[in-house]
Design a protein around this ligand. Structure first.
Ligand SMILES: [Zn+2]
Length: 223
């Protein structure tokens, strides 16, 4: 079971995680994120689509894929996107002991030279969250497309995004084989939809998240 739109109550339970970005300008911005790449079969296609809309995004990469396809990672960086850590082996925090989990996270962080981290499946034990948030900016999401779910059609996934994502939303998509068919269908439509509404698409940067722009850190400061 998973929720397409992360309820405020869950966001409040984990105030140190980044769920959404506070909008400070007139022009609304959406933060598209792509998990589980980079892979030569799909990531370059994603980059082309983004390019056509002058859109920047954030790619949460699996260290093992980075090792296998360094040229696809480089292509992503050269196009001006931001990359984040999604562990080396796509580990499930709930099923992994802390020490091996932290090593796996650290290995990917060193590989990518980033402090942005998104736990696979969004799963962290409280003890893992407590430790990792001291070293990384933990990026969750406001809206899941559901593109990884074999039960959903591409239209379902498109609706999940456009019915739920608004200014400052962090949206999850996947540049993975499992999601390929749906992503190829919905990404151009999502880019068109929000462009027509006057949105820009931006990357999540460590600076943006530490500047107090994210709702998470803003709430902490005012608490
Ligand atoms: Zn993942």
């Amino acid at each position: 079971m998973y929720l397409i739109k992360t309820p405020r109550v869950i966001q409040k339970l984990f105030p140190n995680f980044h769920w959404k970005v506070r909008q400070r300008t007139e022009q609304p911005t959406i933060y598209l994120t792509f998990d589980d790449g980079p892979i030569p079969h799909l990531t370059p296609w994603v980059l082309e689509q983004l390019e056509q809309f002058n859109a920047k995004a954030t790619f949460f990469c699996v260290g093992n894929n980075v090792r296998r396809y360094p040229e696809v990672l480089q292509q992503t960086l050269d196009a001006g996107h931001v990359v984040g850590n999604h562990t080396t082996h796509h580990l499930d925090g709930w099923k992994t002991d802390n020490v091996p989990y932290f090593h796996d996270v650290r290995h990917c962080a060193v590989q990518l030279k980033t402090t942005l981290f998104r736990p696979p499946y969004g799963r962290l034990k409280p003890s893992q969250a407590q430790f990792l948030q001291r070293h990384y900016q933990i990026v969750m999401w406001d809206v899941l497309s559901g593109d990884f779910d074999p039960e959903l059609t591409a239209d379902d996934c498109y609706d999940n995004v456009v019915n739920n994502a608004g200014p400052g939303s962090i949206v999850v998509l996947h540049d993975s084989l499992k999601a390929e068919e749906k992503v190829r269908d919905i990404l151009p439509r999502i880019l068109r939809h929000y462009t027509d509404l006057g949105y820009t698409f931006a990357s999540l940067t460590p600076e943006l998240l530490t500047s107090g722009a994210s709702l998470a850190s803003t709430r902490l400061k005012t608490a």
